[in-house]
Design a protein. Sequence first.
Length: 320
Amino acid sequence: MSMPLVAVVTPTYNGGRFLAETMESVQQQDWPNLVHVVLDNNSSDNTEEIVSAYLNRRIPVLRFRNEKTLDQRANWTQAYRLVPQDAVYVRYLCDDDTISPTSISKMATLGETFPNVGVIGSLHDCAGGVQDFFWPPGKPVFSGKEAMRMALLRQGILMPVQMMWRKRVTDALEPLFTGDMEGSWDLDTVFRMLAISDFGFVHEALGFTRVHENTVTALHYAGKTRAWTRDGLDLIMRHGPVAFGPDYRRQLLTFRRYYVRRILTWWREDRGREHLQPHLDALAKAGFGVNGLLVVDAVLDWIYVKLGMRRAWTGYPGWQ
């Protein structure tokens, strides 16, 4: 089997706390044709010194630095444009995460075995244990549309920060990370890839995702923001027509009822609208302005579900 070039990409900003562990995990990879692209987003900590210490190691490190600090999405976009043109696969690795020594080899082997696969995922260790992503054991490949549908219905979970992507697929989407989605823009990119390629999954834990107070998830998605639900509506409206086909409208209305019920629950829990406006705005943008009829429809749906007359929404983001 050929050994195509894989580019591990680490966009970092003041990542000195964990960056050495991240870079060391790349150096430990057993895949022989590998390069590590590190883009420093104008850090003010010891990031530059850490990266410098890895410049003459076994795995080549391509070091870059922004002259001014970019937002995360722009930084990830810039980092992608620094990937060598002859790379066949791209693997983003956050500056506080690590990968197992066989991570690249096992993902790349799957990709080389199935040429139509453009997105490759795996299990990963997070929050003290290996996370169950629900993809059926023993099945390594899913059609792109099947993977999209399963992800929206939470029958399989897509984790963009623990994936490898085929570069000819990502090149077709340039700019890779678009600016027209408020949140979950990396997951939106994965869905865009799956619209034109298949999905592969390695049923082993090949990465470690660190959970701490300074992650983007913790800062923007934790607590009472409930931003995943807003993003869920956006993702369903963007990708549902392809994922669900003729069943799209029914799935959208089911999710809308779920969303309104969640908003009513949050209003009761929070005793006010402090955190609700972004969700009301999201529904209005989708053409579902919250009014009495929408509330009655959602409450009736809850009753129908309780009576077993209608199935509850169990898809993305049903875990919230």
